[in-house]
Ligand binder design. Structure first.
Ligand code: 9MR
Length: 353
């Protein structure tokens, strides 16, 4: 702890002197050798949840992945293993092997699990393809799915992304099979069923590019406000926070958005953070990336209704970004070799306060 205190003291000193970007870069890059306290230990002290999404393949095969996961994080989110299409290959049948292993790892290491995700327009089971369901049939399918999955992990998974990405960029509702077949009530139904399956679970609406103020976040705000008014069991909103150094979040708006949700007595979790640096992993871009992580961590911790920061992947080795954008990137807190990056120390600095 002493070592880390010195580190924090030194860093604050630099900030107060309004250091140049180069000094900050040097500091953040060199910070690596000057601390031996883990993020998880710091987070524990400040009652913060610090998490990452988890992929089953490295969890099974890579001892270093397991080591860093247990050492640095106190909560995790299965990145894919709990999606409907992954769990149910055939109608009526579930394969929980991957999800069970992730949950068991969390339990063995006293970590919480945030379940992801019950209702999404993507990753639907193959048996949905080319099928026309009646409204009642699809409601039955969804209810059964939610009861099965939430029920299975009762006591082990006590928060859930119930509905994921139901709103478009322009603020309209996404034209998913759920909306088309059931109507917009599917959202309310999903929350009620999740609550019935596990009355102790904290239930979230989760989305991307809705962290700032604007059409999309306004629709989400109005949606959750209406759900609260109708006494639908919803406890929070997930800000995915997939960002980039080229287009960092509008911090004042993120803070205002968290504040207005607090007025509705809703929690906010940062659920899927990553910060693209666009194939330029040099000191300056790593320092810019660190700043984005630092600012978001600070804003979250300063708000009474936000205390969770989860990144979408543990190491740059396993990020979805290079695959999806077909371009190398390094968006996370740990590099390809599991070494902490400047962003790691920037988050640690805030969590240590
Ligand atoms: O990172 C996930 C990737 O491995 C999957 O192929 C993809 C489709 O299931 O989903 C990615 O995670 C997404 C998350 O589930 C919801 N928010 C956006 C994430 C990145 O696409």
């Amino acid at each position: 702890m002493l070592v880390l205190s010195i580190f924090v003291y030194k860093y604050q000193g630099i900030s107060q002197e309004k250091s140049t970007i180069n000094e900050e870069v040097d500091y953040l890059v060199n910070a690596r050798s000057s601390t031996n306290v883990t993020l998880r230990q710091l987070a524990q002290k400040s009652q913060m949840k610090i998490g990452t999404s988890v992929l089953i393949e490295p969890l099974r095969k890579d001892a270093k992945y397991r080591e860093v996961l247990a050492r640095e994080f106190n909560t995790l989110t299965p990145e894919n293993a709990m999606k409907f299409g992954k769990l149910s290959q055939e109608r009526g049948n579930y394969n929980f092997a991957d999800a069970d292993d992730i949950v068991a790892f969390a339990q063995d290491h006293q970590m919480q699990v945030h379940g992801h995700t019950l209702v999404w327009y993507r990753n639907l089971p193959n048996w949905f393809k080319d099928r026309q369901f009646s409204r009642q049939e699809l409601m039955d399918i969804l209810q059964k799915h939610i009861y099965t999955v939430v029920g299975r992990y009762q006591g082990k998974v006590n928060s859930w992304d119930v509905v994921n990405e139901a709103v478009n960029k322009d603020g309209s509702f996404r034209d998913s099979i759920w909306l088309k077949t059931i109507g917009s009530e599917y959202i309310e139904m999903a929350f009620r069923w999740a609550h019935e399956a596990n009355p102790n679970a904290r239930l979230f609406y989760n989305d991307f590019e809705a962290e700032d103020l604007g059409k999309k976040s306004d629709t989400i705000y109005n949606l959750v406000k209406e759900l609260r008014r109708k006494n639908v069991p919803i406890h929070g909103v997930g800000f995915q926070m997939h960002t980039s150094i080229k287009k960092p979040p509008n911090y004042a708006e993120v803070a205002a958005n968290i504040r207005r949700l607090n007025e509705l007595k809703l929690e906010v979790k940062i659920t899927e953070m990553d910060v693209k640096i666009h194939n330029q992993p040099v000191a300056v871009t790593l320092a810019e990336q660190a700043k984005v992580y630092e600012n978001i961590t600070r804003i979250c911790l300063a708000a009474p209704n936000c205390n969770t920061l989860t990144t979408w992947g543990l190491s740059d080795r396993f990020s979805w970004i290079p695959i999806f954008y077909k371009s190398p990137d390094a968006p996370l807190l740990f590099d390809q070799n599991y070494q902490p990056k400047p962003a790691y120390y920037a988050v640690a600095k805030i969590v240590a306060r």
